[in-house]
Ligand binder design. Sequence first.
Ligand code: ACM
Ligand code: ZN
Length: 526
Amino acid sequence: MIKIVPQVKSIKENDLQINFDEIILQGDLSEFAKKDLQSFITDKTEYYCSNKGYIIEFKILSDDHCKEWYSIDAQVNGMTVCACTEEGIFRAVTTLKQILSQPLCGFTLEDEPKNSFRGFMLDVGRYFYSVADVKTIIDYAALYKFNYFHWHLTEDQGWRFESHKYPKLTEIGSHRSHTNFGIKKESGFYTKYELKEIVQYCHERFIKVIPEIDMPGHTMSALACYPELSCFNRKLKVSTHWGIKFDIMCAGKDFTYTFCKDILDELCEIFTDEYIHIGGDEALKKRWELCENCNKKLKELGLDNMEQLQLYFANYLAEHLSTNGKQTIVWYNKFDEKDKIVPNKDIILQFWGTKKDVEFANVVKSGRRVVTSNSSGYYIDLPYGYITLADSYNTQGVTGIEDTKTIFGYETCLWTEYVKNLKKAKFNMFPRVFAISEIFWSGESNKDYQKFLQKLEFEKQFIRKFDVKVPRKGIYNPNGIRKFFSKLWFEKRQLVWQGLYLTIDNYLVKSKVKRSKKKKILRRGK
Ligand code: ACM
Ligand code: ZN
């Protein structure tokens, strides 16, 4: 059996043994794809490329297939690879890398994705990843046929996007004095030149880039640079520890809206693809509830509560982005279609709940576009004790939705609170990325875990060529005891999330606001 991950749509094999030592690549193959495949063959297989030997002929047809479709026909005297676009040829090349890494027999195959949005998210806010490391991760994503790179560029712990208009964001916001358990400073940001370099790197691999500036929460790194962005102009620090913070951008000040629009405009100059992510997760309303400006804005807009004010904030920025020709993605927060304000219909909602969260199916059924990064299966920052390989393979994209045509996109997320370097990233990615790529490309309705497991040994050997050593089965599919200890080890993070500090700080903010309100009343009374 020829083993390929993600599983191709159809394949027929025969008994013809195909033997050769040298390969010739010819036909409709871009210089980039040719070099990519040629160097793979020469460096990582038993063959080499020459101008005599077994011919692999590439043809771009004008047939009516989707842009990622391709077919491969392998005969004793040569192989033909057909597609309708360069993108289709590129996807075929990724499949050929696997095929040429195993004994060859005659076959014909046809392939195309079940889902046209297959995202890979990398958080570089918690830990900074160098340009070289980001490229390595993009290489893995390309190898497994992901076609969107969601780049989470800003976090409480670090601002990584160079802004010319607001230079303090990187001068101050890209450094944290130390990390959760470490004492060392952690720093880094990408210049505009480097950001563009990554966009081009993705485009060469037919991956589109979705940059994310997370707003209004997870913005301590920005508030540390521009205190006027926060509700009480407090002098804050770039966060050292993980955890949901109480200080977020103020939704009542004009400056916040100006700042966000300016940043998004700068972002749109660099990132030329159609989607921009504006975050929106875990924005607690502790400060907004106390803030005069936020309360004034709420009243002016005639809204019922601060959750609705956040919807207003997101809609406002989405409308601004649409004037730049962009579509907006936000992390999903619960809302009711009957509320005074709901997310604009053209906003894409990214689901990050768990399989227990069954109401989300109604959002899909209502016809809204959704991307699912169901955190019961597609969150690969979590230890294998929480999300085993089997979980990644078997988790449904949206619980209760069998008709996956109604799901706009799928995405896997590599958050990095506890993934401090490329080595750990690789450990967390593989083998889960094998499983996830298969669900995303081949479709939920075609999944077959037992068949997938039959390919796993080959896949582990294959990915070794790319400097990845997949951990033992006991690690990625742990038994009950291992699971328990894996979770326990991870949950040591609860000891350092600074909850007590936040509670005390919140008490101080509350008291100060109370005192200042009292003073105002007294002054008015005089
Ligand atoms: C998230 O996991 N905070 C989207
Ligand atoms: Zn405010």
